[in-house]
Design a binder for this molecule. Structure first.
Ligand SMILES: Nc1nc2c(c(=O)[nH]1)N[C@H]1C(S)=C(S)[C@@H](COP(=O)(O)O)O[C@H]1N2
Ligand SMILES: [Mo]
Length: 306
């Protein structure tokens, strides 16, 4: 099967109830993608295990996921991205790759996606405001893309930039944040198999308000780390300040790991409310992914490195 931008997402009819309960490998087999997908290196045992574990979570409905968003380029209230993001043109889309890697350049996203494997997984995705959603993303692991650019041994961090286009992103004409939006990860965080680049959700192409055509999902970090509409990737030896760090260093740190024991200066991070649910629930360390990611922070004081 040839994978192009248009058939990259699963059809809605393929995201069945059953698909949410099957192990990902079985699911893909059932869909008949078979050989194309199963021979790939990105299907790791930890991913397969993770998917069965997270499959127990009840999904947030499509309407909430796509009409309650943070995308400041299109306005600061939660409905604004749904109302305004249609002005963003997502094809053609290019990604500039710079810095500490062997293969910098200006890449066509369409070309990158051709030949990429599909991953359908459920990722829990949580936001610093104290609400959370469970979203069935589709996309691929960030590592599988970054490896193509051959980062050098000096690449200790990787940074992402959202498109800078004040004409089509009207709020970039206002200074809510310093534009373009930037976010970064330590290279080992970026290479962790849980770190995802999403191209769709619920089997459909990613809506603009959720960060089309390509957005980061870091399931164990607060929502703002998940940068939308990525137009640039930079490999760096040193840390930079992200947009939120620049906006408020005291409130937003580089790591931004979900941590119920470390509060945001203005609110507790010990509990959260799932969108659509009344009762609050306890927030889990690393958003429930401690088994997969706690080793990345071994020996670090997470109160200092918030
Ligand atoms: N470019 C860009 N990316 C962004 C944001 C933004 O304002 N601009 N908001 C972040 C925040 S604060 C959150 S909570 C998530 C929201 O993602 P969602 O709207 O798909 O739920 O996107 C993150 N990525
Ligand atoms: Mo957020």
């Amino acid at each position: 099967m040839k994978i192009t931008k248009t058939n990259y997402a699963l059809k809605e009819s393929e995201v069945t109830e059953e698909s949410l309960y099957l192990d990902r490998r079985q699911f893909i087999k059932k869909l008949g993608y078979g050989t194309v997908l199963l021979g790939t290196s990105i299907i790791t045992p930890s991913l397969a295990k993770k998917s069965t574990k997270s499959l127990k979570e009840e999904l947030t409905d499509y309407k909430s996921i796509t009409q309650y968003n943070n995308f400041y380029e299109f306005g600061t209230n939660k409905l604004a991205p749904y109302e305004n993001a249609h002005t963003l043109k997502t094809t053609p889309w290019n990604i500039i790759v710079e810095g500490e890697c062997e293969k910098p350049g200006n890449y066509s996203l369409e070309k990158i996606l051709k030949g990429m494997t599909i991953e359908e997984r459920i990722y829990r995705f949580r936001c610093v405001e104290g609400w959370s959603m469970v979203i069935p993303w589709n996309g691929f692991s960030l590592a599988s893309l970054l490896k193509r650019f051959q980062p050098t041994s000096k690449a200790k961090y990787v940074y992402f930039e959202t498109l800078h286009d004040p004409e089509n992103m009207p709020n970039q004409q206002q200074d809510h944040l310093e534009w373009p939006y930037i976010e970064g990860l330590r290279i080992d965080e970026a290479m962790n198999p849980l770190t995802l680049l999403a191209t769709g959700l619920y089997g459909k192409d990613l809506p603009n308000q959720n960060g089309a055509p390509l957005r980061l999902v870091v399931p164990w970090k607060y929502g703002f780390k998940s940068i939308k509409s990525i137009a640039k990737i930079r490999f760096l030896e040193t840390q930079l300040e992200s947009s939120w760090q620049k906006a408020n260093k005291v409130e937003y740190g580089f790591y931004s790991n979900v941590n119920p024991n470390v509060n945001h200066p203005r609110w507790s991070q010990s509990r959260e409310r799932r969108i659509g649910k009344y009762r609050k629930r306890k927030t889990l360390m690393f958003n429930g992914y401690a088994e997969e990611v706690a080793h990345l922070y071994k020996g670090m004081d997470l109160k200092q490195n918030y």
